[in-house]
Design a protein around this ligand. Structure first.
Ligand code: AMP
Ligand code: MG
Length: 414
């Protein structure tokens, strides 16, 4: 069983609009146990539409199309489907009446052009559209079930829920449940994480385990399909345990949990306070911490000290260290964390300094080099890392690195 999602519209292929229908539909289909094997996007061109429908009907059991059902000359889905099925177009009286009524309700006469929206490939089933003039189409082409819906997302959402889902169930397509569990890690690269889990990420493993990297966070996604929710949960639980067991404290959270969420939670649990001294991250660490509701219970504040002068004046970083090692260095990161810890009188302090690029850097510390420090009553530790990426990416990842060092220190704290 495999589905294909077909998005139709030149506004999509030109890059003017983003095809969000495919994402939405793929998620909904997955929820009812229908895996999507293909996404196709095609411009408003009849020959290309016909070709795409032919290919889709040849390789998928279910084809879900959106777009091209409007009244204008570039709306070609009806014609393309009739051509692929080898049938003519016939008018549906009830659909025509509905379109007329929609216009009448707004005190207007239906333009002639809208009449084409009541045309359907012979043998197809019209799908009512209570919120728009374009009805949908349900039909079979060869062994494939085909559904075409309006491109306007709000109309499509409603039609999918009210008309398509019941028909999928009645046609015996899909069934069962599908659940996903996302486990988030920070500290290793994608391939390192994969090496630890090679037996789980194998293509044929049940449940499926996938790895995705997003801005230095490596996430593992466990996807389970089963007849019942209990069976699906029973597939996920042992795999999650194995992953957590093998990766240890690289795992920081699940689902949408972010590093700052965990840091704030741990600070509360351990009764500690936090402050940040930021150079390269320009306030990003403080910003992220403050995004967490209740951060004010544990986060006292921070200093953005961008110039050497500011680092010396606001954080008490000795001039001698700045002159001798430079602002991007282990001793300066250390002094920044200790300085902000003393200034705010907090338990735990973190600092960031580095070269965000694109200019700057030294032979020893090229663009992308960051030093982050954490200081508390047990001492100060500095971590150095070399990022690849744009200025914004280096800044964002360094902020995460700093938050992660705080997390690790808090985990170890009693
Ligand atoms: P159509 O049904 O082709 O007349 O599309 C009407 C409008 O729906 C378009 O102008 C887009 O704004 C929107 N739309 C069409 N297809 C998509 C899609 N795949 N994703 C998001 N919006 C879409
Ligand atoms: Mg269109």
């Amino acid at each position: 069983m495999k589905a294909e999602v077909l998005s139709i519209g030149s506004e999509l292929t030109t890059g003017q609009n983003l095809d969000t229908n495919s994402q939405w539909l793929s998620r909904r289909l997955a929820e009812v146990g229908i895996p999507v094997g293909f996404h196709t996007t095609v411009a408003d061109d009849l020959a290309d539409n016909i070709q795409c429908f032919r290919i889709a009907c040849g390789r998928a059991d279910l084809v879900v199309a959106t777009g091209g059902l409007g009244p204008t000359l570039d709306d070609l889905t009806r014609e393309a489907l009739a051509a692929v099925a080898g049938v003519g177009l016939v008018e549906d009286a009830a659909s025509l009446e509905h379109i007329r009524a929609l216009f009448a309700a707004r005190g207007r006469v239906m333009p002639d052009r809208n009449r084409v929206q009541a045309l359907f490939p012979a043998g197809a089933e019209p799908l009512p559209n209570p919120v728009g003039t374009a009805p949908g189409i349900w039909m079979n082409v060869g062994r494939a079930a085909v559904v075409a819906m309006p491109g306007v997302p709000s109309e499509m959402f409603r039609m999918f829920g009210e008309q398509v889902l019941p028909r999928l169930a009645a046609a015996g397509l899909g069934g069962g449940v599908f659940i996903q569990r996302k486990i988030n890690t920070f500290g290793w690269g994608e391939s390192q994480v994969e090496q630890k889990l090679a037996d789980l990420t194998r293509r044929d493993h049940v449940p499926e385990v996938g790895i995705t990297a997003s801005d230095a966070v490596i996430s593992l996604r466990i996807l389970a399909r089963a007849a019942t929710l209990d069976e699906a949960l029973a597939q996920v639980a042992p795999v999650e345990q194995t992953i957590r067991g093998r990766l240890g404290d690289l795992v920081f959270g699940a689902e949408d949990e972010e590093l700052q969420d965990v840091v704030v939670r741990l600070l509360k649990e351990k009764g500690r306070s936090l402050a940040a001294a930021e150079s390269i991250t320009g306030g990003l660490v403080a910003h992220r911490v403050c995004l967490v509701p209740g951060a004010s219970d544990v986060f006292c504040g921070g200093v953005v000290a961008y110039t050497d002068e500011a680092k010396a004046r606001e954080l008490g970083v000795p001039r001698e260290l700045l002159d001798r090692f430079g602002a991007v260095s282990e001793p300066v990161a250390r002094a920044m964390a200790e300085g902000v810890r003393a200034k705010f009188g907090v338990d735990l302090a973190i600092s960031t300094t580095g070269f965000a690029g694109p200019g700057g850097g030294t032979a020893a510390d090229p663009v992308g080099t960051a030093y982050v420090a954490r200081a508390d009553a047990t001492g100060t530790e500095v971590t150095r890392f070399g990022w690849l990426g744009t200025r914004a990416e280096v800044m964002s990842r360094t902020a995460k690195l700093a938050l992660n060092t705080a997390r690790l220190r808090l985990l170890a704290a009693r």
